[in-house]
Design a protein around this ligand. Sequence first.
Ligand code: UDP
Length: 480
Amino acid sequence: MEGESQTQIPHVLIFPLPFQGHINPMLKLAELLLLAGINVTFLNTPHSHRQLTLHSDVLLRFSRFPAFRFRTITDGLPPDHPRTFDFFPDIIASFETVTKPILRDFLISGHFGSDLTCAILDGLFKFLVDADDAEIKIPIFGFRLLSACSVWTYFCVHDLIQDGQLPIRGEEDMDRVLTNVPGMENVLRCRDLPSACRVTDTNDSILQFNIKQTQRSSEFHSVIFNSFEDLEGPILEKIRTLCPNLYAIGPLHALLKAELPNGTECLNNLWDVDRSCLKWLDNQPPGSVIYVSFGSITVMGEEKFMEFWHGLVDSGRNFLWVIRPDLVRGKNGDVEIPAELEEGTRKRGYTVGWAPQEEVLGHEAVGGFLTHSGWNSTLESVVAGKPMICWSYISDQQVNSRFVSNVWKLGLDMKDVCDRGTVAKMVNELMVDRKEEFMRSAAAMANLAKRSARPGGSSYADFHRLVQDITTLSQLKRHH
Ligand code: UDP
């Protein structure tokens, strides 16, 4: 199988964290590399691979690349483990104790082929490979799937602790403005820091994990960001001072769309997609619908869920809401709906368990997006030119939502509040009162995003530089 001519083609191993928001963009990167003539092996845990192949067309879509392979590696968890984000520490611990030595063995033994040029690991997987492990001979790239602004914030948290700015001193301290985060002076309040910072003890294991993994980013051979210069240029510049070998190749979905002959959306879903919502959207007036989705891992209590629902109905606007079966904690899709909400929803709303989000955001009936500010959702909204109302849940989302509202001026930040009055008010502010203003800034940013992904654009150039650098690595390997 590995004839002389094939060994000349670079071969990349890609390994994401087993979550929707990580697998999807890394599959997009895989597809882009394959289209650029690079061979790819994509590593999944058996659990996420099963979900992915059950609910998406990946096997068919990737079958047109004969050299592409899916491989699996255990996450070390028992079969009945829920594997939800609530168990993140468990999942990471198991990767460290069980998966890490297996992966090391695979990389040393040539398990993925002797032609393997490099590996692109999820940026949070730095702990899977020790920097000083001389037996691993291939370069390890890290793909940070968060915004550059949140990664830079993580870089600065250590200094904030040293300065005595952290820990946050209770609820009344949450609106304190941080004056000395380099490059973001006076932008962030304490409540806009990544959610891991909301602890009273700065030795907290999750906070320390995030700080350490971010600091160790500089140990990667190179770091890749799903972002673009016109959006995050100044922050990317800050990160380059610590990780000089950096590629900003986002929005990846726009880059891939531009490369695909028919420009279609690639669905890399871990849930069944309900396309009926597109038909419903077809029957709504242009710009009239607020699309509501909290991504793949957000969960909330029934009380918050009901506040959102009342707020959406009370707003008097049309809404399309993704209610994942596991969105409401402990309810498993089983929520009792008051009669007035049923009535309001029948008149103006539509709900699905999982939507074809990129298509939904691109639909002309959608005029705004109530989002949890996950980085993929944020970029998808940016490309679609849709303003956002941000209700951030965890991790980088607190930083993203602040940047959406206060730096990029693409919407409103509802952070930490979701009473029905606020929801209804913000929906109307976005969709009616300040519609023109937000649509203008969203359209301008969408143009910049799409321009970055086309020939001549910064992300297009960085992606092709990445391809060239991987090709050079493969040639060097052959000569050794
Ligand atoms: N998504 C989707 N359909 C839905 C909800 C979400 O396809 O009904 C996709 C969305 O397009 C995005 C991903 O799921 O690509 C969510 O990633 P994000 O980073 O926004 O949030 P996370 O799920 O990681 O919290």
